[in-house]
Ligand binder design. Structure first.
Ligand SMILES: Cc1ncc(COP(=O)(O)O)c(C=O)c1O
Length: 429
């Protein structure tokens, strides 16, 4: 919705590879892959071809009591990629929806209903969802309830269901002044003692693994996730990973959980699933969870179905997108990480008084712009000024307050990267 004083939206006529093209033909480099979705660049030929072919066979079919090949193929590809490096067969079922917020809502509802369905004396106490302060899980009421407080959610807090919040880990600026190699995950101390006192009441913990994205691109260590998994497993608490942003090689591996070598109970994916072409999301669960729903009792069914669930065109786009990742994902992200790191280091050393906390993980680069005035969050006017100045020079970025970040397509060309960094330097100087 519009905000008074905001400039009018820019009309885009077409897109290809790294570029968006305006009505007048001017090119804009998409340095954030349009909110982290267009992971293969715009209109990747293999994805376009898959959608085109699918339009000749099946547009849509109700996804209750019916199925189709693209959905089945996609579910298998997702399960294979998730079970690849770890104990194979851990993940067992894929639930389809159409955006990241829904994928999270579904994860929350499945975790809640699991205990209702099982219904042991101990299960009756399960009611608490744990969230972290910097997390963002989407804009629907349920997804906001399990996310941290921010400009996006604050006004709706009374509408949210109660959850228990703990401070997010922050390995860039550790409040304890520690570094991951030698810390004792002090950031989990409060949760450790809470989970000991309320072990039987906690249903699940939700976390964005390795990176709190929308609330500042704050990184944490694999060690944090490993310790969180250890505690939650010991205390029979579900660990739900929201990999809507971090999944599909964004942090360097198929999934952030694979990088941290842990096995969560539920995983949410969206964003890059279709390479940014069509809306699609999934919530993936283990066999143990699925079994509590797989009964003849209709009261134990999971009643959640969005109208466009499992859309065949979206599924065929996702099959093509995952096919590219299967073949080239690791190489592409390895090279992108190197390219971001070397250029990021150059920018940080060229502007030491302006650029702080330069960090890179997989296909994410972020840093803070040093400044004295204004709130240190999303509405900080500095972010808007940087965004507008970059756009005037043909680069699309969307700083989060004074946090500038890049999340380009995994295929971005060297020339485009050079241009992005030269524009950033010019604008920041
Ligand atoms: C980690 C995470 N979870 C969930 C969402 C919500 O996804 P969507 O906008 O598709 O509802 C986002 C969106 O930015 C996200 O970054």
């Amino acid at each position: 919705m519009s905000i008074q004083g905001n400039s009018s939206p820019i009309k885009i006529r077409r897109a290809e590879g790294d570029f968006l093209y305006r009505e007048n033909g001017e090119a804009i480099i998409d340095a954030i892959s349009s909110w982290w979705t267009v992971i293969h660049g715009h209109r990747h030929p293999a994805i376009m071809e898959a959608i085109r072919k699918q339009t000749e066979r099946l547009d849509h079919v109700i996804f209750a009591g019916f199925t189709h090949e693209p959905a089945e193929e996609l579910a298998q590809l997702i399960l294979d990629s998730m079970n690849a490096d770890l104990d194979s067969g851990h993940f067992s079922k894929v639930f389809f929806s159409d955006n990241g917020s829904n994928a999270v809502e579904i994860a929350v509802k499945i975790a809640h209903q699991f205990y209702k369905n099982r219904g042991t004396i101990r299960d009756k106490k399960k009611s608490i969802f744990v969230r972290f302060s910097l997390s963002y899980h989407g804009d629907s009421i349920g997804a906001m309830s399990v996310g941290g407080e921010s400009v996006f959610t604050r006004i709706f807090r009374e509408l949210s269901f109660p959850t228990k919040e703990f401070p997010s880990p922050n390995c860039i600026r550790c409040p304890w002044g520690k570094i991951p190699d030698t810390c004792s995950t002090e950031c989990l101390d409060d949760f450790r003692s809470f989970s000991t006192d309320h072990e039987e009441e906690i249903t699940a913990v939700l976390v964005e693994p390795l990176v709190s994205g929308a609330n500042g691109m704050v990184f944490h260590s694999e060690k944090f996730l490993q310790e969180l998994r250890r505690i939650t497993k010991e205390k029979n608490i579900f660990l739900i990973l929201d990999e809507v942003f971090t999944g599909l090689y964004r942090t360097g591996e198929w999934y952030a959980f694979a990088k941290a070598r842990i096995q969560p109970d539920i995983v949410c994916l969206a964003k890059g699933l279709t390479g940014g072409t069509l809306p699609l999301a999934v919530t993936v669960v283990t066999e143990e969870i699925y079994r509590e729903f797989d009964t003849a009792d209709p009261l134990k069914a999971f009643y959640h179905g969005h109208t466009m669930t499992g859309n065949p065109l979206a599924c065929s786009a996702a099959v093509a997108s995952l096919g590219i990742l299967k073949e080239q994902g690791r190489d592409l992200i390895g090279k992108l990480e190197e390219n971001l790191r070397s250029r990021g280091e150059m920018l940080a050393s060229a502007l030491p008084n302006l650029v702080r906390d330069m960090r890179v993980l997989g296909g994410i680069l972020a840093f803070e712009v040093e400044q004295d005035l204004g709130p240190d969050e999303y509405l900080n006017p500095l972010g808007r000024r940087i965004r507008e100045a970059c756009l005037e020079r043909g680069v699309l970025i969307r700083p989060l307050g004074n946090t500038v970040y890049l999340t380009p397509s995994y295929h971005i060309g060297q020339d485009s990267l050079d241009q992005i960094f030269s524009v950033l330097r010019d604008v920041l100087e």
